[in-house]
Design a protein around this ligand. Structure first.
Ligand SMILES: Nc1nc2c(ncn2[C@@H]2O[C@H](COP(=O)(O)OP(=O)(O)O)[C@@H](O)[C@H]2O)c(=O)[nH]1
Ligand SMILES: [Mg+2]
Length: 374
């Protein structure tokens, strides 16, 4: 038996290719939507991938039977145009595929075509394969109707994702704690995000805000926060030592909200965390948000997340959503680590480029096609 893969922009074109090479006896083993080509995740083309098999006619008597079927079928419909014939072939292939699905032990789950396409969309966003399978399987348990169009299936999956993100408490701060620490790797956008959050809490929510920074390794980092504190006209304390930090906390006791900027490296250091643990109760006195950039590779994000597991992380903040078109990491982390997302940032502008990570916004991102516009 010969097996070959064909890729074409549409199903009829893919089948045409199959037929040209294997003739009418070809059997379609699988078909799915794939995205090929593109540059930096953009401009990818939607294609259909068909895997077809062909048994040379002379080998088995069963292929002679099939040959006869084809002759009969051709004689039966000599008057039909190519389109109609194609339709009949498609019907035949569909029933073959259904039969194959029933009889073959697939290592991968197989879904109705529209849902398979939505799964491909999730994979395209770099959602982990097993997770995409699970999402679609869960959705299919809830919906009775499986012959939906791609748009309808997308809508159903989107609704499911909204509910999922709601369970994990995604969305803005609820201002339950005064001290808000932002931790995360260097360069992800912690300082910029603090400036955005401080400005918005002050301007939109009328909070009395102060800043502390414990990131004193680089002069530039201090200057950066000083600049924001001047522009926003909010006080800043620079804490070089744990004592400074304690003093600053006392000084800002009367404030509604104190954002604490940190150095990436400190929170990977168990000694530092132990020291900090002596000064504050990490679980109850402060809320810690882990800031991660969506431009980081999905696998590296999991590693980074693990590096910060020695401190209780309240929720995540994802930065640089403007620099990627793959949002799967959001779902991977929320689902696998059972953690919510508070904010998404989408640019360098302070204070505008930040949004509350509402379940609807998150679900919309995951169902976004490359050529969708905002
Ligand atoms: N494109 C983009 N750049 C961002 C975003 N947030 C921060 N940046 C930029 O990322 C760089 C590092 O930001 P910074 O706040 O200093 O990161 P930190 O080291 O984690 O404090 C700066 O050039 C920021 O302007 C964002 O949402 N989108
Ligand atoms: Mg910084």
């Amino acid at each position: 038996m010969k097996v070959r893969k064909y890729i074409a922009p549409s199903m009829p074109e893919a089948l045409e290719k199959v037929r040209n090479e294997f003739g009418e006896d070809a059997v379609i083993l699988s078909s799915k939507v794939i995205y090929t080509g593109g540059f930096l995740g953009l401009f990818k083309k939607r294609n259909i991938e068909v895997v077809a098999a062909y048994e040379p006619r002379t080998i088995k008597p069963s292929s002679i039977e099939k040959q006869q079927t084809n002759i009969q079928y051709k004689n039966k419909f000599p008057e039909l145009g190519i389109d109609k014939q194609q339709q009949i072939v498609l019907e035949e292939l569909r029933s073959l595929r259904k039969w194959m699905e029933k009889t073959t032990d697939h290592s991968e789950k197989s879904f109705p075509v529209a849902f398979q396409s939505v799964k491909e969309l999730l994979i395209h966003h770099e959602v982990e394969n097993h997770l995409a399978d699970q999402v679609i399987a869960n959705v299919l348990q809830q919906v009775k109707q499986t012959d939906l169009t791609f748009q309808e299936a997308k809508q159903v999956v989107k609704q499911y994702l909204v509910e999922l993100f709601t369970q994990f408490n995604c969305g803005a701060f609820d201002y339950q704690k005064k001290f808000i620490h932002l931790v995360g790797p260097t360069g992800v956008g912690k300082t910029t995000t603090i400036a955005k959050l401080a400005a918005n809490s002050m301007i939109k929510d009328g909070k009395k805000v102060a800043l502390i920074t414990t990131d004193t390794y680089r002069i530039a980092a201090i200057e950066q926060l000083k600049t924001y504190s001047n522009i926003l006209d909010i006080p800043l304390e620079i804490a070089y030592t744990m004592e400074d930090y304690q003093k600053a906390r006392l000084k800002f006791q009367e404030y509604d909200l104190v954002f604490v900027d940190t150095a990436g490296r400190n929170f990977r250091d168990p000694k530092y965390i132990a020291e900090l643990g002596k000064v504050v109760d990490l679980e109850h006195d402060i809320e810690t948000y882990l800031v991660l950039s969506l431009t980081t590779k999905a696998r590296d994000l999991t590693t980074l997340f693990n590096q910060f597991k020695n401190i209780p992380i309240k929720r995540l903040i994802f930065t640089k959503t403007d620099e990627t078109s793959s949002y799967g990491a959001i779902l991977n982390l929320v689902y696998e680590r059972q953690i919510g997302i508070a904010y998404l940032t989408n640019g360098q502008n302070v204070p505008d480029d930040i949004n509350k990570a509402t379940p609807t916004l998150l679900a919309n991102l995951l169902m976004k096609l490359d050529d969708d516009h905002d």
